[in-house]
Design a protein around this ligand. Structure first.
Ligand code: AHR
Length: 629
């Protein structure tokens, strides 16, 4: 039986409970939500940034060969070099023309190279886009390029099928005057073709340096440059906020690859490109302004995540020195000025120049992503003080339970990736959270692990967990599934809420469950209880290991009363099958299973056996989510 006491009003619903978490993973940005049709439009995709590990270099190498399968962070990729043909300009091909990267002549100081093309008579180059250049009959496309040439000639740009059938073209005259010039083309397609390409042809031999190129559909959501069908999918989730731009991409693999607001604003061809933690480059066309515009268009509260002076602790875990950290504090202050400042401030003026004189909103700011520990606490305090003083009305979110260090803590971001059994059994998880403590933001959650395939079972388990959040929305204020998008042709991580290719899109079952729960919100939470027999839990903790809240650093952990130094832990869950205890790590990119006949031995095997690439120390684990038995 379920008892509902309509007379006992507990508390009002949390206005912003259901939101989005956008991160550029699985090529969700360029070629996805940001519908650039030219792959590697700045020619920089093959450049390896400083600070890269060997694993990461392998992945970049594989990616520049155009490989589109799932990545597993370098494990088991011994044959990677042999398996993938190397190309220094991924996405671009030529016939009767020689193409090369030219680092000596670039469009501006933020560009690392241009593409030099020596065309013979009748020569051509083409780009294959993201698994094809998709065109629709009757639709219009805008192409622009920056060039330098050695002589006058005609440059024809055409949308073509793989077999060379022309769907639409436009010709412009190239006028060499020694400086970079811009050409704009308008292309109209006369056929549907989702596997096409964009071709550049000259009428006589010449040399052209291309500094930057772009091809976008004319028709975008509210004319603001984002892919219509994908934004509609977001809208149908009834989201109240959006967390952006990450995720691990905010942290980066190193100082050099950490996210900085300042790289993501201004004319797109002037924005530096960025090697993302998910093994490909973005040209940052989808930047701070574009995220804020999307929030405004869908009536969502923006939640900006800034780097806190540390790179991804699950990978290299680089801690930046205080000078660099202070630069990042300034970068975050600049971002907030861009969003909220008057037009006579430096960054407010840049916002106005980009077409938005009125301030945007900015309700939430998160300091770091999945960072924790003493170095995090030190940096969190510095960021918190500086940002709070300048923008006291913003709600600040910490990555771990910093209140335990007596730091000012408003909201804490907790992440949950685990098997379905974990979600089914944790609908009561927040019942006993301290009501005097910080508010909780479930910033990332999903049933995943092993080879999880999006299914009704996953959706149901998550929905059960969400009922626990709904019942506790006096303390749990925000939630978001992760990750949000998956380009089916470039998958790094599974499952993801929305799957697309270059012309189609669908939501996994979890999408439909969340959309339903987010649509029917009510006003007040009333008293309910259920008279049901609960299934005996299969998710169990490790006896003797001290359990703390997820997202926290585990301190004073013990196995069999013996102290273990777990400065990092992993999500994981125990299952007992045929008298064998198995510990399975949640998350699909590193699966390791520890099997044994006792809990303790399974746990010990698990932590001994698990390694992040490049790490060899038993202490290298992340996030404890061990429940109690
Ligand atoms: O959602 C995918 C990744 O999972 C996010 O980048 C990170 O925050 C988490 O580890």
């Amino acid at each position: 039986k379920i008892y509902v006491n309509t007379k006992k009003e507990m508390f009002p619903v949390a206005e912003d409970l259901y939101g989005l978490f956008f991160e550029d993973i699985n090529r969700a940005g360029d070629g996805g939500l940001y519908p650039e049709m030219i792959r590697n439009r700045s020619f920089e995709d093959s450049l390896v940034p400083a600070g890269c590990t060997t694993d990461e270099k392998q992945l970049i190498y594989i990616n520049r060969g155009g490989w589109s399968g799932g990545f597993n962070h370098g494990e088991g990729m011994d044959d990677w070099a042999a398996a993938v043909p190397f190309t220094s300009i991924p996405g671009w091909y030529s016939e009767n023309a020689v193409i090369n990267l030219d680092k000596s002549d670039t469009l501006n100081d933020n560009r690392e190279c241009s593409m030099k093309v020596e065309f013979e008579a009748g020569g051509k180059i083409w780009n294959i886009g993201y698994s094809g250049v998709p065109v629709k009959s009757g639709a219009e496309y805008n192409l622009y390029l920056f060039y330098k040439a050695n002589k006058v000639c005609n440059l024809t740009v055409s949308l073509e099928s793989e077999q060379g059938v022309v769907h639409g073209s436009d010709t412009k005259e190239i006028l060499p005057d020694g400086s970079w010039q811009r050409l704009d083309y308008k292309l109209k397609a006369n056929a549907d073709d989702f596997k096409g390409r964009v071709v550049f042809k000259v009428d006589e031999p010449c040399e052209i340096n291309f500094g930057f190129t772009s091809l976008m559909p004319e028709d975008t959501y509210m004319g603001h440059g984002l892919r219509k069908d994908l934004v509609e999918m977001l809208k149908n989730l009834h989201p109240k906020f959006m967390r952006f731009p990450g995720g691990c991409v905010v942290e980066g693999l190193s100082k050099e690859t950490a996210m900085r607001f300042s790289d993501t604003i201004g004319p797109v061809w002037q924005r530096p490109s960025h090697q993302l933690m998910w093994h490909y480059r973005t040209t940052n066309g989808l930047g701070f302004h574009e995220y804020l515009q999307l929030c405004e268009d869908l009536n969502m509260e923006p939640m900006y995540v800034c780097n806190c002076g540390m790179s991804c602790q699950a990978r290299n875990g680089e801690v930046f020195d205080m000078e660099e950290t202070n630069n990042l504090v300034q970068d975050a202050l600049n971002a907030l000025e861009y969003a909220l400042g008057a037009v006579d401030t430096e960054f407010g003026a840049m916002r106005a120049a980009a077409g938005h004189p009125e301030p945007f909103a900015m309700k939430y700011v998160e300091i770091g992503n999945e960072n924790f520990g003493p170095e995090y606490n030190k940096r969190y305090e510095i960021f918190y003080k500086a940002l709070k003083e300048a923008y006291p009305d913003i709600i600040y979110i910490s990555n771990s339970h910093t209140e335990q260090e007596n730091l000012p803590t408003e909201y804490v971001d907790e992440h949950y990736y685990n098997g379905p059994e974990y979600f089914l059994e944790n609908d009561t998880k927040f019942d006993d959270y301290d009501r005097e403590g910080p508010k909780i933001f479930i910033g990332e959650y999903a049933v995943n692990g092993g080879n999880t395939i999006a299914s009704m079972e996953c959706a149901l388990a998550e929905a059960v967990f969400l009922t626990g959040i709904e019942k506790n929305q006096d303390i749990v204020k925000l939630s978001a599934y992760a990750p949000l998008f998956q380009n089916a042709d470039y998958t790094t991580w599974k499952p993801n809420l929305i799957v697309f290719d270059n012309h189609q899109v669908y939501g996994i079952p979890s999408y439909h469950a969340i959309a339903m729960m987010a649509e029917y919100r009510g006003k007040t939470v009333i008293e309910t209880s259920a008279d049901v027999e609960r299934r005996p839990p299969v998710y169990k903790g490790v006896p003797g290991v001290m359990c703390e809240k997820p997202g926290m650093q585990m301190k004073n952990a013990r196995i069999n009363g013996k102290a273990v130094d777990i400065s990092r832990t992993v999500y994981g869950s125990f299952v007992k099958e045929d008298d064998i205890y198995t510990m399975k790590r949640g998350g699909n990119q590193h699966s390791f299973v520890g099997k044994s006949d006792t809990w303790n031995r399974a746990f010990e095997k698990f932590i001994r056996g698990h390694r992040w690439p490049g790490q060899s120390d038993e202490r290298d684990f992340m996030w404890a989510t061990f429940g109690t038995e």
